[in-house]
Design a protein around this ligand. Sequence first.
Ligand code: BES
Ligand code: ZN
Length: 590
Amino acid sequence: MARHDPHSYADLAQGRIRHIVFRLEADFAQRQLRGTARYRLDMPARGPFDLDTRDLDVRSVSSSGRAVRFALGEADPILGSRLRLTDLAGADEFTIGFTASAEARALQWLTPAQTSGGRHPFLFTQCQPHHARTIFPCQDSPSVRFTFEADLKVPSPLVGAMAGAPAGRTPADGATVFRFTMPQPIPSYLFALAAGEFTSRDLGPRSRVYAEPDLIDAAAWEFAQIEDMLAEAEKLYGPYPWERYDMLVLPPSFPYGGMENARLTFLTPTMIVGDRSLTNLLAHELAHSWTGNLVTNATWEDFWLNEGWTTYAERRILGAIEGEDSAMLRAATGRNTMLRAIKNFGWKADPTRLKFSQAGIDPESVVSYVPYEKGYSFLVRLERIVGRPAFDAFTRKYIAEHRFQTITTEAFIGLLRRDLPQVFGQVDVQAWLFDPGFPADAPPFESSLIDDVSNRLFDYQEGRLPRREDVAAWATAQTYLFLQYLPRALPVDDCRALEAALALDRTRVPQFQSQFLEIAVRSGYRRCLPRAEALITTVGRMFIIVPVFQAMAQTEWSRPLARPLLEKVRLRHHPITVLAMEKVLLQQGL
Ligand code: BES
Ligand code: ZN
């Protein structure tokens, strides 16, 4: 069998799924997502047909009314179980009945208490990178794209949402069936649905935000620049290819900042801070509409092509809206976060390479800022060699030639050879893409906004703490950079002084809390414990809470508190957040 993707059982020589018709039902009482899916292939099956599943109860398989024999393979800890349809006998379609387990990794079922409104339960999915297989059998590899139609039945008065085009709703005793279509072909990792109490508000001719009723006003205000961002992105990369760009605000346990589900980005509510200072996240998820969703990494080994390019596009959009100074400030913060990640992994460790073999490795366990920021730095390095106009022309061609397709790192090098051959004389492309660590020829980021922060840092290193009036006018991204630059452990008196000067005891910015509380824990500034515990209990966003939790597990005084804290949040947090926290405890022998 010819497997092209180490994280999928799909064998592309057997054919590809082209279209799926879903009938899904969310059963909140049993925490079961049940359904049937009718699949259409690109060609009649010539032999067996393999699909990915994980913790999935496959009830039946049929084709044209005839039962199809199937075999479920042994469960692999990373891939799950192969579902082999053994006798499709030349058919190019089949129907599978399945039930996702209450523990499905892609799903989080929330009690009313875990929502903002507190009245109704909530359900949402997170399929990237390889969790779609816990909801429905699929060729769960980014290189298989399908369109779909779906019915989603949810109990009244909940609203059902899917990453797709809404196509009406019908009442069905005590429930509502919401209908959707997805006219543009998507890879399985962009499949998404949610059910809960939410309402919506139009933000522009092609954008709308969905959120729980008590958050909708704040969300609409915070996201108001989305149409401007769409316009800037279109100037750079061509017409928006997915018709509509809508956004759904999730409850706080959403494990990421954002997820670029096609036509309906999912967002953490922790980005709604009242001053639009965290909207780089919007620019990022929007940019994925071109880099990621339209031109997609072939496997998770090529993840930097999704995230490095998107980080690049995000900062170009921000550069156009807020100015280059601001974009470079964010680049500097990203660089610093990445260098910490590299130090944590070890400078020779595989996850510090942009591409390395991930056979036998859980793709989720190696997600870090490295593919984002090393990828970004590589692209900026190329941009500065050839100049922006030539680089933009290259990017537009890259996108146009690969729309609705996938690309590997090796094929990308081929494009560079063809279209920007001059870079090879000046930059070691192989080393950037395949070597560990961080190259010495990385492009520097310059901005007066960075200089302000660096000056305060030098002052601090010389024993002068910043005063409130020195930093009160800083942009959010400046305070964030300052916190990034600080050593991870400080004298307790300095923690107290910095906390006051930067108003960290009353901040709503989760990145500030994350950075400061990590430092506070490592410094033994024990007064912060209730706040660290509160952050880890209420926020599910992994990149925010895992550094603080790791600090707790690694620091003598707080070490005994880590395991009990995980037990306390186990039922509140998303299964993949719990898994990431478990991993921290395991590494610390707790
Ligand atoms: N696609 C990612 C989220 C993701 C990554 C999900 C890996 C599953 C596996 C999303 O676009 C993203 O990058 N989110 C970041 C945004 C930030 C870097 C601006 C996040 O969640 O923090
Ligand atoms: Zn991303």
